[in-house]
Design a protein around this ligand. Structure first.
Ligand SMILES: [Zn+2]
Ligand SMILES: [Zn+2]
Length: 202
């Protein structure tokens, strides 16, 4: 059994990196933690198959991520019982945040699907698309550090956010008609005598 601390720098926040690490660690039966730090992602990992784990990180990293640097330091064995995504460490102040990413194919399909609960929801997003940079107020990139902090996730969104096999697992801007921001379209048409305001909530 070995244990190492892996620090990864680059565009690794808000792009599905922690869920990716979580699933990779689980698939190799490794234990430990992953967390966003102020300058990237830190993985504390122990178990037998650490070498394949490290090899697979750059090869299988999420499409929107960009790894600039991986630092590995050996650590004394700790004895973790499982692998967890833990709360970010709020120290320091520099990291790279992904730019906003236009809608992915999966979200587009949902957007146009009448039976989907996000049918025509203008702020639909997932771990592979959606806003990043423009909603970030501070780092690490976590919901409470974004403009989404004022929108409390509904039960459905929350369960997606917590489901490791969901495309919205730890997607910080996760939202829907019920709980997220909405668009209001108002027309003041002078042809109406009573200056009626037409509004449509999408
Ligand atoms: Zn998407
Ligand atoms: Zn919701």
């Amino acid at each position: 059994m070995n244990r190492v601390l892996i620090n990864i720098k680059g565009v690794v926040q808000g792009v599905g990196f922690r869920p990716f690490i979580y699933n990779l660690a689980k698939s190799l039966n490794l234990k430990g933690t992953v967390t966003n730090t102020a300058d990237g992602v830190a993985i504390d990992i122990e178990g037998k198959d650490i070498t394949p784990f490290i090899d697979r990180i750059p090869k299988e990293a999420p499409p929107l991520s960009e790894i600039n640097k991986i630092d590995i330091s050996p650590m004394p064995f700790y004895g973790y019982e499982n692998f967890e995504i833990i709360k970010s460490l709020d120290s320091g102040s520099f990291t790279l945040i992904s730019s906003d990413v236009s809608i992915c194919d999966d979200c587009l399909k949902e957007l146009l699907d009448k039976d989907n609960r996000r049918y025509l929801y203008p702020f639909i997003n997932c771990i592979n698309c959606g806003p990043r940079y423009t909603i970030t107020n501070a780092v690490p990139y976590d919901r409470h550090n974004t403009t989404m902090s004022v929108f409390k996730m509904c039960n459905e969104c929350e369960s997606e956010y917590n489901n490791t096999s969901d495309r919205r697992f730890h997607a910080q801007p996760n939202a829907c008609h019920k709980c997220g921001p909405y668009l209001e379209f108002k027309i003041q048409d002078s042809r109406f005598k009573k200056k009626k305001i037409l509004s449509k909530q999408l």
